[in-house]
Design a protein around this ligand. Structure first.
Ligand SMILES: NC(=O)c1ccc[n+]([C@@H]2O[C@H](COP(=O)([O-])OP(=O)(O)OC[C@H]3O[C@@H](n4cnc5c(N)ncnc54)[C@H](OP(=O)(O)O)[C@@H]3O)[C@@H](O)[C@H]2O)c1
Length: 274
């Protein structure tokens, strides 16, 4: 991959205050891109701007709640006002959950759909005319859970399947006018996502059932994303386990259900046993 490909490209990244979004911001900043960082916590974005680029003019921080359409419209308007165009949109902002559906306040599923699915739809809609002008790229960060269901995460899996359906459709609609649409599915990656995951009543879980240090780093994940953009891939799926699960699910769906059940039921504090 040639990092010069990204020099001076305008890259809008949602969920840029933490984890994969922050790692992407830093990576594209190091390639000389104009990076637009969006998230709700503007203070965190501003505190990280210097780590994204030593050139302050190359970074724009915009307070954005992607579940609000007006915020997504404002994000793209500010980007155009400052940088004059959009080359790449990375729909990365996302939240997770961990609770059985039987115990779940339905507001949790609504929140996940609002942030993960509608956030992607609102941002893509607002950026699309500009992306088309530059034959640019739109990315949706989904998950292995957007290909094979993850129990105790009904809202999460549903939102990620929905993003995949949305973007796969958009790709066909724009097959012949230069728009590149990529569905990017990380496997387990070290980040804050499990701490922030919502429990049955909508409060954050506040801990992680996984050993975060043993997972793929957000920086490695960002490098895979950049490579996929450079090669204009339609889909990128990460980690050996993630690829294996999708492959198995296609061939042996019932067996994969049983293996997934066994795997999740062994998680510390598994919702299966509550
Ligand atoms: N980590 C993994 O194992 C993993 C695996 C597969 C897929 N993913 C996906 O990767 C993406 C990034 O997650 P991460 O792991 O990097 O988690 P993270 O560290 O928790 O980061 C999530 C980011 O999303 C932002 N966000 C949350 N709600 C938002 C909203 N309403 N509007 C705007 N921004 C919002 C957060 O910023 P604010 O709170 O400041 O708004 C934060 O910057 C997510 O879509 C996640 O589903 C993660």
């Amino acid at each position: 991959m040639n990092p010069a490909y990204f020099k001076n490209k305008v890259v809008v990244i949602t969920g840029a205050s933490s984890g994969i979004g922050l790692a992407c911001s830093r990576l594209f900043g190091s390639y000389g891109s104009k990076v637009v960082m969006a998230a709700r916590s503007i203070e965190k974005l501003q505190a990280e701007a210097a780590s994204v680029s030593p050139v302050p003019e190359n970074v724009l921080c915009v307070r954005t709640d992607v579940s609000k359409e007006e915020d997504c419209i404002n994000l793209m308007a500010k980007t155009i006002a400052v940088f004059g165009g959009i080359d790449i949109l990375i729909n990365n902002a996302g939240i997770s959950m961990r609770a059985m559906f039987r115990d779940l306040d339905l507001g949790v599923i609504k929140s996940l759909m609002d942030v993960n699915f509608w956030g992607t739809v609102y941002c893509t809609k607002a950026a699309l005319p500009y992306l088309l002008e530059r034959k640019g790229s739109v990315v949706g960060v989904i998950s292995i859970a957007g290909y094979t269901a993850l129990p105790a995460r009904t809202g999460y899996s549903s939102s990620k399947y929905a993003i995949r359906g949305f973007l796969d459709t958009l790709r066909i609609e724009h097959l012949y006018d230069g728009l590149h649409v990529m569905v990017f599915a990380p496997g387990y990656t070290s980040s804050n996502v499990r701490n922030a995951a919502l429990t049955a009543d909508g409060s954050p879980q506040g801990n992680t059932p996984l050993e975060e240090g043993k997972l793929m780093s957000a920086e490695d994940c960002a490098r895979h994303l950049a490579k996929g953009l450079y090669k204009r891939k339609s889909a990128v799926t990460l980690t050996a386990l993630g690829k294996l699960v999708i492959f198995f699910h296609r061939l042996f769906p019932n067996l994969t259900d049983k293996l997934t059940y066994a795997y999740i039921s062994r998680e510390p504090d598994s919702p299966f046993h509550k």
